[in-house]
Design a binder for this molecule. Structure first.
Ligand code: G6P
Length: 612
């Protein structure tokens, strides 16, 4: 949700900033901009509506020389997407420029006071108040002024500020929104996440809440905003592979990431399964007192969006095979409830980015109440990975497409591993542990087989793109997958409305809408609820509804009732979601392509939702 980049050093700042913005574009893409401080101490700012390439075009004809600069790619919160609302924002004199990710909650009152004092505002954003407040209170030191200003700011922020009145530095600060300072040789970088500096440096300092950084070409000093005391920070090395953030011949990241899933499953399981003992080894959980883990009697999974649907699959797995009661909660709801939590409750936050604001807030609330906090996170070093007591990384690699696909599948895989990990300390037998591991081990080949249906799925997308509404139905393990199929279709092919429903609930409402113009997608592998789903298909057919069915190879009789059938290979019931997901992700991707949409960056969405 908004990407921030900054540079100070020996290069042309604008070159790094453009490159970084392109890597951060998944965080928001309705407008962008950059401000560069030249050697002659002049500040040049360029802003543009739309994608980063529009900014790039604009920069071609403009002065942007200088080796200090800040940049921003926006996902609008306050003020519609326009050039005036794009960051960086400045004060009245144009001497101070600010980029911001987050929300300043008390901006209205601050703005009113500033206007009374004669300040002239150019945008409708909350961010602009910061530039004017700095202007009003500036007494020679940018860092001291910013620290002073931040004491009257309520809300969330990751900020980077430059000023020609105190040049030679970028001042940054963080509260609730992510920000990293990346250390180079005679140059330093600022970014919302470290992927932006891939290819430049692998040394990263993670700023924590309440910290302010003064970044110069050769130095980086971190102080506490509250008392100005110096804070000692570790510089971490991160593994940033530039090749992973390229499309590698695919037209879209989304397709590349879907086709990467077999490899992702291998990476998520590598070195973690001990077949002959039916055991799972999760290094990230070894730091825990194992008795504490053995004693938990309840799990609450917290997540948002697609990650929450992986959580629902985990709920079925953990209850059936590890014998632990599980509840799945949306981050945005859990944080405002009065949850009953004790030290025997484990709270697992699932998040691709590790930065989703609602998931983090819920996690911190659970931590405060004494729960054991764990994470299933893809982004190494992210806030959730740092705030949890222990956790498991997905190892799915960077996911650039806004709609989550490979990370979703890897979340299910990690939940399956976690089920064995916990199950084997409880009632799960050696035989069952081995059986699940054997089946997980086969999944990469089975997903390859599923992906071979891509041409068929593409033609189904062409055939069905004329319909405006879809119902997705599933039961038990595939109920969350039906919801995921509907969510993906809405996200990526947003001319279509889709709902994901539990098969048994269909007759309690949605069936009223079914006719020949309202197709249903049935997620019906050959499992323990297949017969029940068959009855639901009959009910749809009786209303002349069209049916696309995803089922297990060999279920030929389904062709008698379904209009179109996509076959997947056979696997253990608890693992069927791994195979039923891929056709649904491809269906949504090809539907989006039918409409000519940018399927990597669908309208109005952002990959990392760092505001409430
Ligand atoms: C956004 C993304 C979704 C993602 C959700 C949760 O809405 O567009 O794809 O599922 O955030 O993100 P997280 O990083 O916490 O998994």
């Amino acid at each position: 949700m908004c990407g921030i980049a900054g540079y100070i050093g020996k290069r042309q700042a604008s070159e790094f900033l453009l490159d970084a913005l392109k890597k951060l574009e998944y965080r928001g893409y309705d407008s962008s901009g950059m401000a560069v401080l030249s050697e002659e101490n002049t500040l040049n700012c360029v802003r543009s509506i739309g994608r980063i390439n529009a900014l790039e075009e604009k920069l071609k004809g403009m002065k942007s020389n200088g080796s200090i600069g800040i940049a921003h790619t926006r996902w609008a919160t306050h003020g519609y997407p326009s050039e005036a609302n794009a960051h960086p924002h400045s004060d009245c004199s144009g001497n101070i420029f600010v980029v911001h990710n987050g929300i300043i909650e008390n901006y209205k009152i601050l703005k009113e006071d500033l206007i009374k004092n004669g300040h002239k505002f150019q945008s409708n954003t909350d961010t602009e108040v910061i530039a004017h407040l700095i202007e009003e209170r500036f007494k020679g030191s940018l860092e001291q002024t910013l620290a002073d200003v931040l004491k009257c700011i309520e809300g969330a922020y990751a900020l980077a500020v430059i000023s020609k009145n105190d040049p030679g530095k970028i001042v940054v600060a963080k509260k609730s929104s992510p920000l990293v300072i990346c250390i180079g040789k005679n140059e330093n970088f600022i970014a919302s996440d470290s992927s932006a500096v891939a290819g430049y440096t692998d040394k990263v300092i993670y700023l924590d809440d309440g910290e302010l950084g003064i970044v110069t070409k050769d130095d980086c000093k971190i102080v506490s905003i509250a008392n100005n005391n110096k804070v000692h920070k570790e510089c971490c090395s991160v593994d940033l592979d530039v090749s992973e953030i390229r499309k590698n011949g695919y037209e879209h990241f989304l397709l590349k990431e879907i086709f990467e899933i077999p490899e992702v499953v291998k990476n998520s399981t590598r070195g973690r399964m001990i077949l002959d003992q039916g055991l799972v080894k999760l290094g990230g959980l070894e730091v825990l007192d194992q008795d504490k883990l053995r004693n938990i009697n309840r799990i609450i999974i917290i997540a948002c969006g697609t990650a929450s649907l992986a959580g629902f699959v985990g709920e079925y797995m953990l209850e059936e095979y590890a014998g632990i009661p599980v509840e799945v909660e949306l981050g945005s709801e859990f944080r405002y409830r009065k949850p009953i939590i004790d030290s025997k409750t484990a709270v697992i936050a699932i998040s691709q980015s590790g930065e989703t604001a609602d998931t983090i807030a819920s996690l911190l609330e659970a931590k405060r109440k004494g729960a054991l906090t764990l994470g299933i996170v893809n982004t190494v070093g992210s806030t959730i990975s740092r705030e949890t007591e222990a956790g498991v990384y997905n190892h799915a690699g960077p996911e650039l497409s806004v709609a989550s696909t490979k990370a979703f599948v890897s979340q299910i895989i990690v939940l399956a591993l976690f089920t064995i990990y916990l199950g084997r300390t409880r009632d799960m037998s050696l035989v069952m542990g081995k059986r699940i591991i054997e089946e997980i081990d086969k999944l990469p080949c089975l997903i390859e087989e599923t992906l071979k249906n891509h041409e068929q799925i593409k033609s189904l997308a062409a055939k069905y793109s004329k319909y405006k509404n879809f119902l997705f139905l599933g039961r038990k393990y595939n109920y969350p997958i039906a919801r995921e199929g509907a969510l993906k279709l809405k996200e990526i092919a947003y001319h279509i409305h889709a709902e994901g429903y539990a098969g048994g609930e269909m007759k309690h409402g949605p069936i009223a809408m079914i006719d020949e113009n309202f197709p249903s997608v049935f997620v019906v592998p050959n499992d323990s609820v297949y017969e029940k789903m068959w009855s639901n298909m009959e009910e749809i057919k009786a209303r002349r509804g069209k049916i696309i069915a995803i089922t297990t190879k060999g279920n030929k009789n389904i062709e008698d009732i379904a209009d179109d059938v996509i076959y997947i290979p056979k696997t253990l019931e608890m693992l069927t979601p791994v195979l039923t997901t891929t056709p649904l992700h491809l269906f949504a991707a090809y539907m989006g392509m039918e409409f000519g949409f940018d399927i990597d960056k669908p309208r109005n969405l952002a990959k990392s939702v760092t505001v409430e």
